[in-house]
Design a protein around this ligand. Structure first.
Ligand code: NAD
Ligand code: UD1
Length: 309
């Protein structure tokens, strides 16, 4: 079992490919299931004999069952990460974002796999934080199909924990950023878009007044926690927020970019997006109690590293 692979769904994407690198670096074997909708083979160490890439859809139950066979644990990241895509096409994104989770649960039950990490989201809290640091017990108020699917996925994982002995570690990621976050769609993560545009001298669009805030986490800091979660002897119940407990507004993000790059392209304003959350900041006490999250990368340092400065 020690040599059995860890399955990463969505492993060719931004977060998954960093996790794959970290696990391969620690000597694990990694199997990736990814439909390459936003993920890229180029993100992966394809020549590594301990890495397998299987191209396919997590919404295909029979495939997920086959791919999970023989794995020691699962990290379920496959999803349409764009909140806006779910607002525009909820039926389509539901296949990946919810049915995919149910398929993973069933595949684990049938194959006798216990440990699973799940990428839930701060989006499940909606606007309930009101600008304060949100703890995990804050009532949930999903505002978008994306958030509904993440919350329902969490609840299914909890059902499989109670009934079938799964060991889910549910993380509610706040806003993760770093290298390989794909900037190519208007719905990509804001830092990836702003950095690409700032470097290329193309105009930047701010949706709303720019005073909305996010709790940005450098991807390397998240990956260290995920590796610890795979290696925990015992899993404790309850989701864990992944955030620094620091609010950065988009206007502050633009100022930080300007001070690193010296100048910025023109900035225009568009209307605020439907379902957009105003303020999002984690209370991370549970993260600090359960995991080693000492000295996470300061925001400005992560941004400079991403920009190669
Ligand atoms: P990403 O788009 O780079 O990664 C998602 C991966 O899943 C991609 O490789 C994509 O090709 C794959 N995928 C999508 N639908 C699939 C399907 N039906 N079958 C198989 N593969 C599929 O985005 P990311 O930022 O790395 O996100 C990873 C996970 O973390 C997602 O579940 C996302 O919802 C969650 N998350 C991300 C953030 C963030 O700030 N980046 C915050 C909260 C939660
Ligand atoms: C992001 C993640 C989502 C995750 C959530 C957790 C992505 C694509 N989305 O959603 O998966 O669950 O964090 O908190 O990784 N904006 C602009 N101009 C742009 C692009 C965006 O002003 O060109 C604004 C948006 O309107 C929003 C903010 O930037 O107010 C952040 O947007 P985005 O990066 O898409 O992240 P979230 O919606 O927070």
């Amino acid at each position: 079992m020690a040599d059995a692979p860890i399955l990463i769904t969505g492993g060719a994407g931004f977060i998954g490919s960093h996790l794959s690198d970290a696990l391969l670096g620690k000597g694990y074997a990694v199997r990736i299931l990814d439909d390459l909708s936003t993920g890229k083979p180029a993100n992966l160490q394809l020549g590594n004999p301990r890495l397998e890439l299987i191209e396919g859809d997590v919404a295909d139950a029979a495939l997920v069952k086959r791919v999970a066979a023989g794995c020691q644990a699962v990290v379920h990241l496959a999803a349409v990460a764009s909140v806006q895509a779910s607002v525009e096409d909820p039926v389509k994104t539901h296949q990946s974002n919810f049915i995919g989770t149910l398929n993973v649960c069933e595949a684990m039950r049938i194959n006798g796999i216990k440990r699973v990490l799940f990428a839930s989201s701060a989006a499940v809290y909606g606007n309930n934080g009101e600008g304060l640091a949100i703890d995990e017990d804050t009532p949930k108020a999903p505002l978008t199909p994306y958030a509904v699917d993440k919350l329902a996925s969490e609840q299914y994982l909890d059902f499989y924990r109670r009934e079938h002995g799964l060991e889910p570690v549910v993380f509610r990621f706040f806003n993760i950023f770093g290298p390989r976050q794909d900037p190519s769609s208007p719905y990509s993560g804001v830092i990836s878009i702003f950095c690409e545009r700032a470097l290329g001298g193309q105009p930047i669009t701010l949706f709303g007044d720019g005073e909305q805030t996010r709790d940005f986490v450098y991807v390397g800091d998240l990956i260290k926690v995920m590796v610890q979660a795979l290696e925990l002897q015992q899993v404790q119940e309850g989701a864990v927020n992944i955030g620094l407990s620091q609010a950065t507004s988009l206007n502050q993000l633009l100022s930080a970019l300007k001070s690193i790059l010296g100048d910025l392209p023109p900035i225009s304003h568009g209307p605020a997006r439907a379902g957009d959350i105003r303020h999002s900041r984690a209370n991370n006490q549970r993260l600090l109690a359960r995991f080693d999250f000492a000295e996470p990368t300061p925001f400005a340092q992560g941004l400079a590293r991403l920009l190669g400065r």
